[in-house]
Structure formats: structure tokens, C-alpha cells
Write a protein of this length. Sequence first.
Length: 108
Amino acid sequence: MRAATALLTILSASACSTTLPVTGSLDDGPETFTGSATGYMDGGGTLAITTNKGLSCTGTFVYMTSRSGQGAINCTNGQNGIFEFVSTGKRGAGIGNIGSRPVTFTFG
């Protein structure tokens, strides 16, 4: 019985978030990035990306509607930015900036 309860607890906890791959590029040159975004049942989430030039960034986001959201990102070089996205739930796309550099990305 304890094993069944523990298994149910683990399965319930794993259903509370979804992690998806993120890929994108900085539109002013050949710099690209990859990473992941984790969305939670409360409509918020976190993300982490690393560019092909070694820049690391982390951020948070929130769904403003059931299919769109916005977020903020901070990078290890001191730059930060904002972004917005649209989502089908399992995949989506967005635009934003890191510093003054425009970015586009997809996830899922």
C-alpha cells in the first residue's frame, strides 16, 4: 500500500509541469541558442538558454491567456530582455530581445 501511495505521489507531481526544448536565433547575426522551458500548472514557468557563443540566460514567463504569454530574461553578460509568445500548449513561437538585439524562437 505504501508503495502504491508513493507511486501515485510521484506520478501526480510529474504531471504538474511540462518541459519543452527551445531553439532560436538572435536576428542581427549568426548567433543561435538552445535550451528548455518548463511550464507549471499555475500558468508560470522558467527557461534557460545558451547561445552557440557561450552566453547563458535564464528567465521566467507567465501565460496571460490560455494561448499567449510574456516573460523576462537575464543573461550572464548583464544584458536582459523581454519576450512574448503564442502557444498551442505543446509548441509555439515567440519574439523578443536580449539587450538591444532582437530574437525569435520556437519551443516544443
